[in-house]
Design a binder for this molecule. Structure first.
Ligand code: FRU
Length: 462
């Protein structure tokens, strides 16, 4: 069974590889599925010096379905190898998807934690938190479920993120209470295999938070500059001014977690990204102690099916890796240093118009003022000295749509352009706008207008 399903997936990759590769919207330096649909980054880890990125993958369709774990490895997070499929949905406990999860190292072995998703014929769902192990980080052996659904939650219970503190293991799981509130549940274990519930650490209607969504996906609890930061992707928030404009959100709470007795005191929710395409982020700590984040550069919504890459057999990508830092009560994100390896042909740009397709731009502002940057006639970033606005064409209707964020000043823009993506880091990562966009491949012009003055350095990214 296992072999047959995996062989079927490889056959699909082989059959469509050329079509996928020749898509003009294929990205140059982002991780993408070889064919089919990619969503969440999973199992991020640096294991024995090598960076591992796994991802939610449906090799058979450009739609969601019974997910596999695809797998890439790298020495530097810049140049990647495509590895054999890590997990395929072929056991009774994961037959409708090896859903999202995380990775840890113990005794020189790599352990994956993931959610086994099962859909019964009557449409109801079962969920099992499962474990798989590998000696070499490439071939994984499934060891089956280690945690069953506790009775106080609905089967929307998934995405285990595991970490070690002292000699004890902890796991956060995204969950829904029986009265349909999104929460994060904490479990602990001595040995990775036997888990006990410690309690609920945060959620809708908890810790002073009001109603805050019907389900919280992909929790990640990290220690950042002395604080306990909970990253989570809540579903069911209504748009509120400039906030929560996408169908689902991803953001964080900053606080302090006491384990005994269990209590997480935290502040308000802050969105990690202000653009259109960012969801289900996950972090890991690398061997240099950096906290690095990847997210899905996409989101589950009605627009997915309208992405033009669908007709070429693939859809979605991951963001570039971003290093996290806590500064003045805010999580700052900056592209990891290693990405500098991609740079070639440095240019100091003096014109208001230049060519850029797959490029990195750094704008250092000398004089604040309104400006507008137009990217390949398909997206624009404009600033009116109070608000920054990213516009693009809606994939379904073709009309302009925008995302806006209040900003008192813009001192720096660090922009990563790829064939069909934009990642814009503002003021050294104080805010980030991430978006897919699909310009005409003939149109390669980026242009500026406005009163702001800046120096601009550009590199093509190879
Ligand atoms: C988030 C998510 C997770 C789930 C996975 C399934 O995008 O819905 O909660 O584990 O995707 O692919």
């Amino acid at each position: 069974m296992t072999e047959i399903l995996i062989q079927k997936a490889y056959k699909e990759v082989k059959k469509y590889r050329n079509m996928v590769k020749n898509d003009p919207y294929r990205l140059n330096y982002h991780l993408m599925p070889p064919v089919g649909l990619l969503n969440d980054p999973n199992g991020l880890i640096q294991f024995k010096g090598v960076y591992h990125v796994f991802y939610q993958w449906n090799p058979f369709e450009t739609a969601h379905g019974a997910k596999f774990w695809g797998h890439y490895t790298s020495e530097d997070m810049v140049y990647w190898r495509e590895e054999p499929i890590a997990l395929a949905p072929d056991e009774w406990y994961d037959q409708n998807g090896c859903y999202s999860g995380s990775a840890v190292e113990e005794d020189g072995k790599l352990y994956l934690f993931y959610t086994g998703n099962v859909k019964r014929d009557d449409g109801t769902r079962e969920t099992y938190q499962c474990i798989a192990v590998s000696e070499n980080g490439i071939y994984f052996k499934k060891l089956g479920p280690v945690l069953k659904l506790p009775e106080q939650y609905t089967p929307h219970f998934r995405d285990p993120k595991v970490w070690k503190k002292g000699d004890h293991w902890y796991m956060v799981v995204g969950a829904q209470t029986l009265d349909e509130k999104g929460i994060v549940a904490l479990f602990h274990s001595n040995d990775l295999f036997h888990w006990e519930e410690a309690g609920t650490i945060a959620g809708s209607d908890m810790n002073g938070l009001k109603e805050f969504g019907y389900m919280w996906e992909c929790p990640d609890l990290i220690h950042l500059n002395g604080k306990d930061v909970l990253l989570v992707s809540p579903q069911g928030l209504n748009p509120d001014g400039d906030f929560y404009q996408n169908l689902f959100q991803s953001g964080y709470f900053i606080g302090e977690l006491d384990y005994e007795p269990l209590r997480y005191q935290h502040g308000s929710f802050t969105e990690l990204d202000r653009g259109f395409d960012f969801y289900a982020p996950q972090t890991f700590t690398d061997e240099n102690g950096r906290t690095i984040l990847y997210a899905w550069m996409g989101i589950t919504d009605e627009m997915e099916a309208h992405q033009p890459t669908v007709e070429n057999g693939w859809v979605h990508a991951l963001t570039i890796p971003r290093e996290l830092e806590l500064q003045g009560g805010k999580v700052f994100q900056k592209p990891v240093e290693e990405l500098k390896k991609l740079r070639k042909d440095q240019a100091l740009v003096k014109n208001n118009e230049f060519e850029a397709v797959s490029a990195e731009l750094i704008l250092d502002f000398k004089k604040n003022g309104p400006f507008k940057i137009t990217f390949r006639n398909e997206a624009s970033l404009s600033y009116d000295t109070a608000k920054l606005t990213l516009k693009r064409r809606n994939l379904k209707t073709g009309e302009a749509e925008s995302r806006t964020c209040k900003l008192a000043s813009v001192s720096k823009l660090h922009i990563f352009m790829d064939h069909s993506s934009l990642e814009i880091f503002i003021n050294d990562g104080e805010e980030v706008f991430t978006a897919r966009y699909f310009p005409d491949s003939e149109n390669v012009i980026v242009s500026f207008e406005g009163e702001a003055e800046f120096t601009l350095i550009k590199w093509d990214l190879g």
